[in-house]
Write a protein that binds this ligand. Structure first.
Ligand SMILES: [Zn+2]
Ligand SMILES: [Zn+2]
Length: 83
């Protein structure tokens, strides 16, 4: 069984349908303003932010931090993992 993760918060689920039925508390529109969105990359030892290159060992720790190269403006959003 491969695990699926939310690209915004790193929540892990066993299926895409379960994952995307739950609210995401790190959704870019605001906490619980949208559902988890599937991270379409593969599972990695390290995740890299696609905007600034910051790396972290998990999606949840990467997306916990503000990104100073976020397209909405410096620190206007969280890091987002590259695929
Ligand atoms: Zn999420
Ligand atoms: Zn970043």
């Amino acid at each position: 069984m491969s695990k699926v993760q939310s690209k915004y918060c790193g929540t892990v689920s066993s299926s895409v349908s379960t994952l995307t039925s739950m609210s995401c508390n790190r959704h870019p529109n605001g906490p619980s303003k949208g559902k988890h969105v599937l991270y379409e990359g593969s599972e990695k030892p390290k995740y890299t932010c696609k905007y600034c290159g910051t790396t972290s060992s998990s999606i949840s720790s990467l997306t916990n931090m503000s990104c100073n190269r976020h397209p909405n403006g410096a620190s206007k959003g969280k890091h987002e993992p590259a695929l």
